[in-house]
Design a binder for this molecule. Structure first.
Ligand code: SAM
Ligand code: SF4
Length: 453
């Protein structure tokens, strides 16, 4: 995740079963899907990765074996993202390919789920590509019936189980969003915010930890807006930090981010010292047009609290370039904010008009050539800062959590307590910690070698 990109953040797919069970089929011997295969393709953010996990559990319970290639699958599930137009174009490409495989008899059924499934556009896609099942984000439970399981009335909210049994797990603490940012389709496709009870979140995490989970990520569109029966997000984070060996959360909204939470990140040993706080723009005028609800100065102040609380921590953000009406002065203000905040990484997005959002109809469309130049200027600013900050880490010895074991080149992928991504020479297994010395650094990744003990 420590990258700079114009694509939505993605995370490795988490398998819902323990590693020892990978590749096996679940369900009883007479499960309806026994002997059949399914392939799940996930697009977009961690919420989608998490939804895919839940669907994976359904198909496994129905007896399907999971396969990695479309041509080996009886059922293909495309779990989609709708945040930018190019996401839809990508999905169209996959649907075209699936139609071809279906005409050759290699794929039997296709399901379209996730944010595109929840959008109006799904109806025309269903007709054009002859899709067998279209589900939005609120009725993924209907997949269970589709694969032959008894009807499961799952509400996609309170008591939803997260990922089980892996060394790291996503746990949804809230769904939907109560903001109405000018450019964003999320409130339309995910609905208004619903928070999960604290007891249910903590209990789930206790069970996950008992099953071997070492790293918990609390998920939601604006996790810091979480409230339940008088409790606020920081109460929940503190409670989770008591039971999880390692916890991180994403994503947050600057208007909800409390100083208390920022201090807790620095104070609590089990909280990863990494903050992802999307700013979108450094211009007060644009922040107002976007309905973000804060000014750049307030954002800067939050960042100074975070830097003071966790001086070695890492900070990332989201920035949109080329929102309608963005002038050169607005853009310069964004560059200044990038300089001031010294982000360690950022997701930079070119504005993409989404039908049904306010910004899609706003005047002042910024020409593509200007958007591209602004994109590169922000990227350069972010990378320069990130490179400078990462260089300071060279020579340090850090405890690294191994996320993915070594590949053929002997390098595993891990994460420091400051949330920096590290390529490390080690044979250590995922879910374990290794003490390593940082030998070099690029703008996106640190390179380390395990210390001989
Ligand atoms: N809830 C988070 C927040 O308020 O910052 C962000 C969630 S959104 C799914 C992820 C990011 O996608 C946003 O922070 C924004 O930068 C980007 N994004 C959303 N809609 C976009 C659009 N229409 N064009 C370009 N980028 C967009
Ligand atoms: Fe979208 Fe804004 Fe809600 Fe984030 S806070 S999900 S950008 S509407």
């Amino acid at each position: 995740m420590n990258s700079t990109t114009n694509e939505a953040p993605t995370a490795p797919i988490q398998l819902s079963r323990k590693p020892s069970e990978r590749g096996s089929t679940g369900g009883s011997p007479d499960a309806p899907g026994r002997g059949k295969t399914a392939c799940i393709r996930t697009f977009g953010c961690q919420m989608n990765v998490h939804d895919s996990d839940r669907m994976r559990r359904m198909i496994q319970d129905a007896g399907y074996a999971e396969v990695q290639h479309y041509e080996d699958a009886d059922l293909v599930i495309l779990n989609t993202c709708y945040v930018r137009e190019n996401a839809v174009d990508r999905v169209r490409g996959h649907l075209g390919e699936l139609n071809r495989l279906r005409s050759e008899g290699r794929v039997k059924k296709v399901a379209l789920t996730g944010c595109i499934g929840a959008a109006e556009e799904s109806q025309s896609l269903q007709k054009t590509y002859n899709i067998d099942l279209v589900l939005g984000t609120h009725n993924t439970y209907e997949l269970a019936e589709f694969v032959g399981l008894p009807t499961m009335r799952e509400t996609y909210t309170p008591e939803l189980p997260g990922t089980e049994g892996e060394h790291s797990a996503f746990v949804t603490i809230m769904t939907g969003c109560n903001y109405q940012c000018s450019y964003c389709i999320v409130p339309t496709v995910r609905g208004r915010m619903i928070c999960r009870p604290m007891g249910s979140v903590v209990e789930e995490i206790e069970n996950l930890v008992a099953g071997g989970t070492r790293y918990v990520t609390l998920l939601g569109q604006t996790v810091d807006a979480w409230r339940y029966e008088g409790k606020r997000f920081c109460d929940l984070l503190e409670a989770v930090s008591e039971v999880a060996p390692r916890v991180w959360f994403t994503t947050s909204h600057p208007s909800n981010m409390e100083d208390r939470t920022l201090r807790a990140i620095g104070e609590r040993d089990t909280i990863v010292k990494r903050l992802h706080l999307p700013v979108q723009s450094g211009s007060d005028r644009m922040l107002k047009v976007m309905h973000r609800g804060y000014k750049a100065e307030r954002y800067r102040r939050k960042i100074s609290v975070f830097r003071e609380a966790a001086p070695e921590g890492s900070l990332s953000t989201d920035i949109i370039v080329g929102h309608p009406g963005e002038t050169e002065v607005d853009h310069q203000q964004t560059l200044r904010l990038v300089e001031d905040c010294e982000f360690d990484s950022a997701y930079i997005f070119k504005f993409s008009p989404r039908r049904g959002t306010e910004a899609a109809d706003l005047p002042g469309v910024v020409p593509e050539a200007i958007v591209q130049r602004r994109f590169l200027e922000v990227l350069r600013g972010i990378e320069q800062n990130a490179f400078r900050r990462n260089q300071r880490k060279v020579g340090n010895t850090e405890e690294i959590f191994i996320r993915h074991g070594a590949t053929e080149d002997g390098k595993a992928i891990g994460e420091t307590w400051s949330g920096h991504a590290v390529h490390v020479d080690t044979g250590a297994a995922p879910g374990t910690y290794v003490k390593s010395t940082i030998e070099s650094a690029g703008p996106h990744v640190l390179y380390a070698r395990e210390r001989a003990s």
